[in-house]
Write a protein that binds this ligand. Structure first.
Ligand SMILES: Cc1ncc(COP(=O)(O)O)c(C=O)c1O
Length: 429
């Protein structure tokens, strides 16, 4: 039976799904923002994930250890600060499908992409272009254009932006294959999203990597909207590098420490890199030698000793992912998002157009909804949802994004969202 045949649009059904949800206990691990004596239907974990309850204590523990131990906390804190980044390494590796040595938690997303591009965007006179998609997140376009300029080149010539070719603004694999077939020999780097921020389209990282490598290009992924959302297998996919932020589906707080992936085949390669002492081999780092002896793997890209207070939330959140299991979370996410899509299509087709692909493997938790009546009506709808305690986010000119996150969202949240839109429709017609 296809999921759509079992779905129902009534509260009794939605409540029963939540009661029988094998992952329902994880919601209790989160602080759900209040609304009108109850809780929000918080559907915006694609922008900022909710705070795990354990974060406050974890941060207080670090403050206490600092007060109690001073510098000795580096070795004797409950979670010693010196090897602290390693506490999050294995959890991150699990979430993105990598070997532990391929990932590191550091900096912020845009900073990590710049640092990785120093190594993986090495233009030559013949091969100097960067391929991105036309609606890349502005920061991705900025970093690609500024890297091109940094090498003395001109983005108007060396930045190739692929236009969407499907209705709703999504991109087919055929279009990607075509542009690589046409321009592959002059493309140095393909920089692509794991999940596109505006449409919610999930890309086949393995297939894009294969196509890019077949043309001799390096390939890296911005996994901001993919990490903790879809099942990633970065190692097996074979991409050269990736980076992601941790404040969205990874629930590690505003401006949280980001992640980076460098494929194991580059672990010992002699690459150009912007270097700092924390990228040195841990065994010899404190010998303070003049020469840079790189750590093997992704850790070589670290510059500075890590911000412990900022890493504590990531450690707590990754522990939740480990215990809940990414495969189980993804299974719930598929069904939850399919339910929300079904509700919208069957109840609200006259108000909203779902831009996100319908195929489960071409989307994650997020649905991008175009308000058919345009921008002004869209803003009015969005404000109405907020007033009703249904939180999504607004993207100009006419898109509302909603993303039920499997760790803390419910079938009732999805139904509440649709009922709130229905109430808005009956008020405005
Ligand atoms: C796809 C994508 N790339 C890059 C960024 C920029 O992230 P940061 O400000 O953490 O560098 C964001 C932020 O939301 C994003 O969604």
């Amino acid at each position: 039976m296809s999921p759509a045949n079992e779905f129902r649009a009534d509260a009794e059904w939605a409540r029963a799904q939540d009661e029988h949800d094998p992952l329902r206990r994880w919601r209790d691990e989160f602080l759900i923002p209040p609304h009108d004596g109850g809780e929000q239907a918080y559907l915006v974990g694609n922008s900022l994930g909710l705070q795990p309850r354990g974060v406050r204590q974890a941060m207080l523990d670090e403050l206490d250890d600092w007060a109690r131990l001073g510098v000795e906390g580096h070795l004797h804190a409950r979670h010693p600060w010196l090897p602290y980044h390693r506490e999050v390494r294995d959890g991150l590796a699990d979430v993105v499908g990598a070997e532990p040595g391929e990932v590191v938690a550091m900096n912020s997303l845009t900073a990590n992409l710049h640092l990785l591009m120093v190594s993986f965007y090495r233009p030559t006179p013949e091969r100097h272009a960067i391929l991105i998609e036309r609606h890349a997140f502005p920061s991705d376009r900025d970093l690609a254009a500024s890297q091109i300029r940094f090498h003395g080149l001109d983005p108007s010539e060396a930045l190739i932006e692929l236009d969407a070719d499907e209705t709703g603004g999504t991109l087919s694999m055929a279009a990607i294959e075509r542009v690589l077939g046409e321009h592959g020999q002059r493309i140095a780097l393909v920089l692509w999203p794991g999940v596109q921020y505006l449409t919610g389209q999930a890309f086949d990282i393995r297939a894009i990597t294969r196509l890019a490598h077949a043309q001799g290009c390096t390939v890296g992924f911005d996994c901001a909207h993919a990490a903790g959302n879809i099942s990633l297998a970065l190692h097996d996919a074979g991409c050269d590098f990736a980076a992601w932020c941790s404040y969205k589906y990874l629930n590690s707080g505003p401006g949280a420490v980001a992640g980076a992936f460098v494929h194991a085949r580059h672990a010992h390669a002699r690459l150009q890199r912007f270097e700092g002492w924390w990228g040195r081999n841990q065994a010899t780092r404190f010998e303070m030698r003049p020469e840079f002896d790189p750590a093997p793997g992704a850790e070589a890209w670290q510059l500075s000793n890590p911000p412990i207070l900022a890493l504590a939330p990531l450690r707590v959140s990754l522990d939740l992912f480990r215990r809940a299991g990414m495969a189980s979370l993804r299974a719930k996410s598929r069904r939850l998002t399919a339910y929300l899509a079904w509700l919208i299509e069957t109840q609200l087709g006259d108000v909203l157009e779902v831009l996100t692909p319908a195929e489960p493997e071409r989307r994650g938790a997020q649905l991008s909804l175009r308000v058919r009546a345009g921008r002004d009506a869209g803003k009015s709808l969005f404000e109405h949802l907020v007033a009703r305690g249904v939180l999504g986010d607004w993207r100009e000119p006419d898109v509302v994004r909603v993303a039920p996150a499997p760790l803390y969202n419910t079938y009732v949240d999805c139904l509440r969202c649709v009922e709130a839109v229905r109430a808005w429709r009956s008020r405005t017609t």
